[in-house]
Design a protein around this ligand. Structure first.
Ligand code: NAG
Ligand code: NAG
Ligand code: NAG
Ligand code: NAG
Ligand code: NAG
Length: 849
């Protein structure tokens, strides 16, 4: 103890940049993350609380870490409670307690899971040899072109010819289109990417010269070098190779082979939110891009968002990283598509501060693992169609030819952003998102997943705005004019409290946003749209949520998830969409919550709110978003939300499937428009002059011929109700067409599959075998067919156990992780797990995913 005090003092006097990297021992100590208002010296806070000062919490202003010996309960909260009741000790102690803005006892949480997806080839050796021509281009000619590029750039790396994602001589055009960028001398010089992962082999001959030690740290072992230690610590090294493998005579090259790459090791042991928050801001003036190929389990059940400290770190990253231009966070969308997972159920991928990257394969097809969602911005290349990404591996001269999953797509995107920043280091985090949106190239445009957006782009929940094109984005970056600062509009909470009808009808709720609202909010045009909602439901996986913009552009915020049996519903969950990029935001926004699985498990839409994010009108009036608090999403009704102007009407109706002419919606199905927010609470705001539109007008005017019910509401509301009906009918018709097309496609695919399963070594066969190599034959054929079905949007309600017969190892592991988390929640010492068993189990997991 005394020894620790001495250490603590040492830490206090030593420089801030190293003090927060002290070793933690969760066996013997508790750690507290505390946000202070700085009115009281740290030493006094420590003395009053009876805690050791450990150091600042990374780069988060005012946040610190304190420790005590291990203790039941939360000593800081207990003292704060006592202080509130009757005061504690002397004035100094009272002051110390009063200076606490936020305190959280840290616990180690379940590890984030890597998003690797290793292809099982079922035989040794490289993928099938290329056909003699593809797309009418002779392969001889394209191979010659590849050799010419290598010669021109003096690339002598032995596996460059296998790095089809950089130049694809077989499926010509299915690559990141980078050679033209390299030819201009743009190879990533001056850029730095941090690989937040399980380590990085800085002694690999292929990485050594590009390794950035200053930006690197091992948060698992608390040492400066994030060296791979466990037998499966290969993921981060493989990702690093994709970004910055050196142009030399070892393996291949990175897409930005003259950029620097740092390693931040967090995935090889459980860590606390505080340490993860430090990691996400680590060396954030020098690390420009953070590549993250991990997240909550992709099991189709998890619905997890980063904790408040990590949320603050990400906001701090975009506000203060890179000298205020903002850290670039790149996330892998997830590999759970076959398990019905969707990247809007992952709070990292659906953050507005991250760019979410999905996968396409070397034939340009959407791989069956890659998750869809409207928070996905773009896709880039990874495993599928019988091949994977060829990159560097752990060891001085070891290469990998099996790197895959969305894990392999995200670093490729990070590397492309390194090229962009090497040309335009002055671009902001939002500029990069604009460039991504602007230059993405649509793929598989005929597959039925695309819809036009308001600004003349096409968007697909499967492929985002399309695939990244290195040449296109670098060219556009050269002359890109930085966008104005961010602004936002927060709607008030809209209280619905209405039963959600079973079936495809859905519960419709809307809000009108006026030009004046957005003017008051200083918001010119949209980038991200977020919807936060509370839904009670006996089976969460039955729910789906659509958002329709005033221009009729649709976001499928949530889709049914056949694996998700949770009874918790959506609790203050925030969904995000990039589909409305460029819209004005003015007009009626509609949310449709459906309980598409007809059973006796039902639910209620409690409330929701709409937040619009985008470019401001007047930069002089722009402000930085305040740090999030734990209470941001509380619906306490008396705090006017920041940036909110006036309340407008909301109406909910239940859409019945009865023919339009005879539609009689029982009045008990109509919620009167709710306008619960007292005007008075808004009157402090300069914007309050835009007074709320009252919706409780007494009017018996009939808008339509008398056989249409008026619902006892105003003409205006009737328009809204009938308007919603029309929207829903049009939408359902669209959905029907989509289903029909999807089904036709599926049937075609099925007949193909049925044929193919006899040809075991066929490339297609390899692609779809997600599970164990032994389980082939009829079962494999069936599995493949079922997998094809699952791939359809909206497919749901089937019982799919047999689909995953080869995948038990992975599921089991996911459950095990959940059990670990529970054990930790109950304060059990997390214990030193046998590393070899652990590694073995994870090896198995990675092998199967
Ligand atoms: C790919 O790069 C070439 C130059 O190497 C360029 O001509 C072409 O337009 C690029 N493709 C796209 C889609 O921009
Ligand atoms: C990278 O840029 C620096 C300075 O801007 C320069 O000195 C160096 O030669 C460049 N390296 C390469 C490989 O172009
Ligand atoms: C969007 O896709 C449609 C086909 O679905 C196509 O006709 C149209 O040209 C595309 N628009 C753009 C901007 O690519
Ligand atoms: C489900 O429906 C029953 C009967 O209509 C109702 O009592 C119950 O409250 C509903 N559950 C939810 C979560 O809305
Ligand atoms: C929104 O709906 C209301 C009906 O409740 C209608 O009066 C209003 O004109 C609509 N606004 C827009 C911009 O379409």
């Amino acid at each position: 103890m005394r020894c620790l005090s001495a250490l603590g003092l040492l830490a206090l006097v030593s420089s801030a940049s190293t003090s927060y990297l002290r070793t933690r021992n969760h066996e013997t100590h508790d750690y507290y993350a505390i946000h202070l208002d700085s009115s009281v010296p740290l030493a006094q806070v420590a003395a009053s609380l009876g805690l050791e000062y450990e150091g600042p919490l990374g780069e988060l202003p005012g946040h610190h870490i304190f420790s005590s010996t291990r203790h039941e309960g939360d000593v800081v909260q207990e003292m704060r409670k006592r202080r509130r009741r009757r005061g504690v000790g002397g004035q100094a102690d009272t002051d110390a307690l009063d200076s606490i803005l936020f305190s959280q006892k840290q616990k180690t949480k379940a590890r984030m899971q890597k998003r690797a997806f290793v292809q099982e080839y079922g035989r040794q050796g490289p993928p099938p040899s290329p056909p003699s021509s593809t797309d009418g281009v002779a392969v001889d000619a394209t191979i010659a072109k590849q050799q010419e590029i290598a010669r021109a750039l003096d690339i002598q790396d032995p596996i460059f010819s296998e790095q089809w994602h950089l130049f694809n001589p077989v499926q010509y055009g299915h690559d990141v289109n980078v050679s033209g960028v390299w030819m201009q001398g743009v190879t990533g010089n001056g850029s730095t990417v941090a690989i937040v992962d399980d380590g990085l082999d800085m002694y690999s001959e292929d990485l050594k010269n590009n390794y950035f030690a200053e930006g690197s740290y091992d948060f698992n072992d608390k040492v400066p070098e994030p060296k791979p230690v466990l037998s499966d610590d290969r993921h981060g090294t493989r990702c690093a190779g994709e970004v910055a493998a050196v142009r030399n005579n070892v393996c291949g090259v990175g897409v930005a082979y003259d950029s620097k790459v740092a390693g931040i090791r967090i995935l090889s042991a459980a860590i606390t939110d505080a340490d993860e928050a430090i990691a996400m801001n680590y060396a954030f003036q020098k690390n420009q891009i953070y590549s993250c190929s991990w997240g909550p389990p992709d099991d189709g059940q998890a619905m997890d968002a980063p904790g408040i400290l990590i949320k603050r770190a990400m906001l701090n990253g975009v506000q203060n990283g890179r000298d205020g231009k903002g850290s670039i966070f790149v996330f892998a969308s997830g590999n759970g598509a076959l398990r019905g997972d969707n990247c809007n159920f992952d709070g990292y991928t659906n953050s507005i501060y991250s760019i979410t990257i999905g996968a396409i394969d070397r034939q340009g097809l959407g791989p069956s693992y890659s998750e869809r969602c409207c928070a996905q911005m773009v896709v880039t290349y990874s495993s599928g169609s019988g091949d994977a990404i060829h990159t560097t591996d752990v060891g001085s001269n070891v290469c990998s030819s099996t790197h895959g999953g969305t894990s392999a797509a995200a670093p490729l995107a990070a590397g492309i952003y390194a090229l962009v920043l090497s040309v335009r280091p002055d671009l902001s985090w939002r500029d990069l998102q604009y460039l991504t949106h602007q230059t993405a190239v649509p793929v598989n445009i005929e597959d039925g997943s695309w819809q036009p957006t308001w600004v003349g782009k096409n968007y697909s929940h499967k492929f985002g705005y399309g695939k990244l094109d290195s040449y296109a984005i670098v060219e556009a970056a050269k002359t890109f004019k930085s966008v104005k600062p961010q602004a936002w509009y927060y709607s008030p909470w809209l209280h619905v409290n209405h039963h959600i009808p079973e079936g495809n009808q859905g519960l419709v709720s809307g809000i009108e946003i006026t030009e004046e609202d957005l003017k008051q909010a200083n918001l010119e045009r949209l980038e991200h749209v977020t919807v936060t909602m509370n839904v009670a439901h006996a089976r969460r996986g039955d729910l789906s949520v659509d958002l329709i913009s005033p221009n009729g552009v649709k976001s499928f915020l949530s889709e049914t998830r056949f694996n998700d049996d949770s009874t918790l519903g959506y609790k203050d969950w925030t969904f995000m969409s990039v589909t409305h990029w460029g819209e004005s935001g003015v007009g009626n926004w509609t949310v449709i919550v459906k309980d598409t699985v007809v059973n006796d498990l039902n639910g209620t839409l409690i409330n929701w709110k709409l937040n619009l994010w985008g470019e401001c009108i007047d930069p002089d009036k722009a402000a930085l978003l305040p740090m999030p608090t734990e209470y941001d999403d509380d619906d306490n009704g008396d705090v006017p939300p920041v940036g909110t102007t006036a309340m407008v009407e909301t109406t909910t109706i239940e859409v019945t499937s009865a023919p339009a002419g005879t539609a009689t919606v029982p009045t008990d199905h109509i919620d009167r428009p709710v306008n619960s927010k007292p005007t008075a609470t808004l009157s402090d705001e300069p914007t309050a002059s835009a007074s709320p539109t009252s919706t409780a007008t007494s009017s018996d005017e009939n808008l339509l011929p008398s056989f249409f019910p008026t619902f006892g509401v105003s003409k205006r509301t009737q328009i809204w109700i009938y308007g919603s009906l029309v929207i829903v009918i049009i939408f359902c018709a669209g959905l029907g067409t989509y289903f029909y097309l999807a089904r036709r496609k599926r049937l075609q695919k099925n007949s193909l599959d049925a044929y193919e399963f006899e040809v075991l070594d066929d490339q297609e066969d390899l692609e779809d075998a997600t599970g164990d190599t032994g389980a082939r034959g009829a079962a494999a054929g069936k599995r493949r067919r079922r997998a094809g079905e699952l791939y359809d949007a909206f497919a749901s309600g089937d019982s799919d156990e047999d689909v995953f017969s080869g995948d038990e190892g992975a599921d089991e592991k996911a459950y095990r992780d959940a059990a670990d988390e529970e054990a930790e929640e109950y304060g059990e010492p997390s214990g030193e797990k046998d590393p070899s068993n652990e590694a073995e189990a994870r090896e198995r997991l990675l092998g199967r995913r």
